[in-house]
Structure formats: C-alpha cells, structure tokens
Design a protein around this ligand. Structure first.
Ligand code: CA
Ligand code: CA
Length: 233
C-alpha cells in the first residue's frame, strides 16, 4: 500500500537530471554518457559531486542513480550519498581514505567532516576503526562520523561490490512518516525513521545533496551515472 501510494505521488513531477546539474570537486569529472567519475583508480584520491539544486525535506522524493565501485576486489574505499547543510555549502568535504570524502578518522574527534548531515555509505574496504565488517557493506551515517553500529551485507561475509558492474541505488524520503528507505539493486538495505528536519538540520528544510568518494593506499575507479530525481509538490 505504501509503495503504491508513493509511486503514484512520484509520477506527479519527475525531473530529468543532467551532468551539468552537478558541481564537481577534487578528482570528480564528467566521463560522458551521463556518468561522473568521483575517483580514478589512483591512491589517495578524493572527489565529490553536488547537485546545484537543493532538496526540500518537507517533500516526498526518491533519488535514483547507478553507482560503480570498481573492478578490484581488494580496492578501496567506497562512495557515500550525502545530504547536508554544512556551512561550507557546495565546497564541503570530509577526509580521504576510509572517510570516503565524507567523514573523519576518529568518530570522537571533530576533525574535518561534513556536518550537519546524513549519508549512506557503500563501503568496499574493512576499517576496524569504523566498525566495518570484513565484507563490502552499506551503512547509514550521521553528522560526519564514518563509524556505524549496524550494516547491511546481505548476511554474506564474501559480499562484494567491486565487481565491475553498475549497481542501482535508490534513496527515498517520506516526510509524513519521517522514513528513509535505501535500496540497492532493488533490495531494501536500510530503513529508518528520523525527524531529519528537526533532529539533524535544526529546522532547515533546504539541503544540499550529492556523492562523495575517496581512495587510500588501495584504490578503485568509482563513479555514478544519472537516472532520475522524482519529487512531489
Ligand atoms: Ca571502510
Ligand atoms: Ca570487495
């Protein structure tokens, strides 16, 4: 029932997104064919891409992209989808390596990270410091901390996202139910309830969104490809 209602609402207004809509930072660049590179397969790279158009958290929306996390299973570090209201605006970035351009190395030390924010990480490298499992995984993050208490890896200790394939990513926000739903290749990989406007963004409804990625000693080509942004007014 929920799904049917959401789908019907989303058809009210669908925006087609374009590469020109994104501001690129660091190693990000237009790859053509509607794809934006975040990092090349080069050590210690960091790239971000933000949509010039902000999201309105008082509205329903679903964002859909394809993401590519590399072809080397021993690569690193992953991509985050981020929603933020950092005072640095479209120039905000976090640390490299395990922080994926979003977070900080020590969860308890402010360091440089994107704040206030939420993010979904697609993590391809185990960092014990951030509570990562041995496998690749998806996790929900808040306020620039890369450490997470839970994760999704399909309960598969060999789960691998660095498989030289595009993976479909969808992020849904329902403000009436305060519900976040994240899908990877059609499977729900995170579902949570949070009053984002008041608990994270101090009453603000207009927020910046985009993708961040980085590499460390290990690396991979990482990019995303445009699909659609749908929202209801
Ligand atoms: Ca990691
Ligand atoms: Ca892997």
């Amino acid at each position: 029932m929920y799904k049917l209602t959401l789908t019907a609402t989303l058809t009210l207004l669908t925006h087609l997104v374009s590469v020109a809509q994104f501001k690129m930072l660091g190693t990000s660049r237009d790859m053509g064919n509607g794809c934006i590179q975040l990092t090349p397969s080069v050590a210690y790279s960091e790239g971000l891409a933000y949509s010039h158009t902000k999201l309105n958290l008082s509205e329903n929306f679903e964002i859909e992209f394809d993401i590519f996390l590399g072809d080397k299973e021993e690569g690193a570090d992953g991509i985050t989808f981020v929603v933020h209201n950092d005072q640095r605006g479209f120039n905000a970035f976090g640390n490299w390596g395990e922080c994926m351009g979003y977070g900080r190395f020590n969860p308890n030390y402010p360091g440089n990270s994107i704040y206030p924010s939420i993010a979904v990480e697609f993590d391809t490298y185990q960092n014990i410091n951030q509570n990562d499992p041995v496998s690749d995984h998806v996790a929900y993050l808040e306020n620039g901390s890369s450490r997470h208490q839970s994760h999704w890896n399909n309960e598969d200790s060999d789960f691998n996202l660095e498989d030289n394939r595009l993976h479909n990513f969808r992020f849904r926000w329902d403000p009436s139910k305060k519900r976040i739903t994240v899908l990877l290749d059609g499977t729900v990989v995170y579902k949570g309830q949070k009053d984002l406007i008041n608990e994270i963004f101090d009453g603000k409804t207009e927020v910046i969104w985009g993708f961040t990625a980085s590499t460390g000693r290990a690396h991979n080509l990482q990019y995303f490809c445009l699909r659609r942004l749908a929202s209801a007014k």
